[in-house]
Design a protein around this ligand. Sequence first.
Ligand SMILES: [Cu+2]
Length: 65
Amino acid sequence: MTSIRIKGMSCQHCVASTKKALEGIQGISAVSVNLDKGEACFEGSVPFETVEKAISAIGFEAIKS
Ligand SMILES: [Cu+2]
């Protein structure tokens, strides 16, 4: 399980967008996003850069935790 911080989420719509963006990355599964913690967890190992790009494409910021 990989855990990353997501900066910029403010509501459940943001959570849904983040979840969808992460689920769209090949090699990632079992995505869960926690709004209160500003965190996302998933199974699979992909380069952080890939995650960062997908998250910034929807207007948020991914930070290694
Ligand atoms: Cu939102």
